[in-house]
Ligand binder design. Structure first.
Ligand SMILES: CC(C)(COP(=O)(O)OP(=O)(O)OC[C@H]1O[C@@H](n2cnc3c(N)ncnc32)[C@H](O)[C@@H]1OP(=O)(O)O)[C@@H](O)C(=O)NCCC(=O)NCCS
Length: 220
């Protein structure tokens, strides 16, 4: 057993702009599709950027020896007479796990939430995430309730599948029109939220002329 007091070496501070990418990548390495499919699906850079923007006081990082050891991202929900603190994301680098990093992060964020009126805490995770469940129950969380998630492959659905085909056709037409107009100077396209949403980029592009799509071509 180590005699080194590891908790001494953990430094918790607010997440800064330079932490956004490292926190995102640490989360990416923790919330993997094989372990926690739901966490994997919902974790993206916008979670970090968005919460840093809206709830910076509840976005904290832990450092050990100048290295990112973990992070916590939370928010406050106010409903009628109750104020809830909600821990949305918590992650600790495998290198620093079982050293009290999450413990410190949770204590600090809860203290801030209490200061801001929270009298109730919420957290959710995958039901198979035993380390997180053990961690949270040791911290005093209980009253566990299962929440069911349903999913659907839209391409395989009779009606929504047709909507997808329709969007593809629209995107193809818009792409064709863009090629025709490339010779003339154009306004810049509105950027889509995510770089990989090619279809959205085309839909948001002000050059896309939707009036060329006739009513018969629309599945609606
Ligand atoms: C869950 C997690 C945040 C815990 O972080 P941590 O810094 O290792 O936790 P701590 O060191 O503060 O643990 C405190 C206590 O929680 C419990 N605990 C933590 N990890 C555990 C594990 N893998 N197995 C069993 N108990 C565990 C223990 O009781 C532990 O006390 P102990 O070490 O004295 O036995 C970390 O394992 C993690 O990042 N997991 C992947 C991401 C994740 O699941 N996040 C939560 C949902 S968003």
């Amino acid at each position: 057993m180590s005699t080194f007091d590891e908790t001494e070496a953990i430094y918790v501070r607010e997440l800064g702009i330079d932490d956004i990418a490292p926190v995102y990548h640490l989360g990416e390495s923790l919330f993997t599709s094989d372990l926690y499919p739901y966490l994997y699906r919902t974790w993206d850079e916008w979670e970090v950027i968005g919460l840093y923007n809206t709830d910076p006081e509840y976005c904290l990082v832990a450092e050990t020896d100048g290295e990112l050891a973990g992070f916590i991202l939370g928010t406050i929900i106010t409903k009628a007479s109750w104020t809830y603190g909600y821990i949305l994301w918590l992650g600790v680098s495998p290198k620093y796990q079982r050293r009290g990093v999450a413990d410190k992060l949770v204590d600090k964020v809860v203290a801030r939430m209490i200061e801001d009126g929270a009298r109730f805490m919420l957290v959710d995770t995958d039901p198979t995430n035993t380390s997180a469940l053990k961690f949270f129950s040791r911290k005093g969380f209980g009253n566990t309730r299962q929440h069911i998630f349903l999913s659907m492959n839209l391409s395989k659905h009779e009606y929504y599948g047709r909507l997808i085909d329709y969007e593809h056709q629209k995107a193809e037409r818009a792409g064709y029109k863009r090629c025709l107009r490339r010779a003339t100077p154009t306004r810049p396209a509105i950027r889509a939220r995510k770089a990989d949403s090619v279809a959205n980029e085309v839909i948001l592009n002000p050059l896309a002329n939707e009036s060329s799509i006739t009513e018969e071509q629309s599945p609606i």
